[in-house]
Design a protein. Structure first.
Length: 204
């Protein structure tokens, strides 16, 4: 099985439409971490709708527009399907795709650990369990800073919470969610969004 086929096989555990086109896009994008709209046009299947393919990648936080309306948080990324636009893979997604090329499997735990290790995170081997715990606390992929601290405490990492959040953001595991400011004010805690690509079967 070629690498397109392996990525498509991995994606099909949670993507039911456009998996072939998305696999071809990811196979090319993973090499440099980003890809142009013009290149995507040449890669997708003729019968597939490019807007729908890009929206699918965006919804799963697998392929994010570089264009932003304000900040680099995912909710501020502006998805415009037209020539001249560039789309990028979060760091953890690069590892997910690289692992899929090797094994034909979508392996969030391995990708999380490898991403943290590459970033020089000293507790990289605990990241898969930490992220799984965050998923258990999350509601609709959203989680508060208080819940993150609770998860860190479970692994005796609460003293490093600020640096851990920075690493989680830098790795593409989570993003600030300023779009939910009213909810953040109600909960009296900053809100974050977890990358749904790490929870293809949904959160427990």
């Amino acid at each position: 099985m070629d690498e397109y086929g392996k990525i498509e096989k991995a994606l099909r555990c949670f993507v039911h439409e456009y998996a072939g086109s998305l696999a071809r896009i990811l196979s090319h994008a993973v090499k440099k971490g980003r890809i142009s709209y013009e290149r995507i046009e040449k890669l997708i299947a003729p019968e597939d709708d490019i807007e729908e393919v890009l929206l699918l990648g965006y919804d799963w936080r697998i392929l994010l527009p570089v264009r932003t309306s304000r900040s680099m948080e995912w909710g501020d990324r502006v998805l415009i399907p037209m020539a001249g636009e560039i789309y990028e893979l979060p760091n953890v997604v690069k590892c997910l795709v690289q692992e899929a090329i090797r094994s034909g499997m979508w392996e969030p735990g391995k990708a999380v650990a490898e991403t943290a290790r590459k970033m020089g995170e000293p507790a990289w081997d605990q990241f898969p369990r930490l992220v799984k715990k965050l998923g258990e606390y999350a509601e609709g992929n959203r989680i508060t800073a208080v819940q993150i601290k609770k998860a860190c405490r479970a692994f005796h990492l609460q003293d490093r919470m600020d640096s851990l959040i920075a690493d989680l953001k830098g790795s593409g595991i989570l993003s600030p969610s300023l779009g939910y400011l009213p909810e953040a004010a109600q909960r009296k805690s900053p809100m974050y969004e977890l990358n749904p690509a790490l929870f293809p079967g949904g959160q427990d």
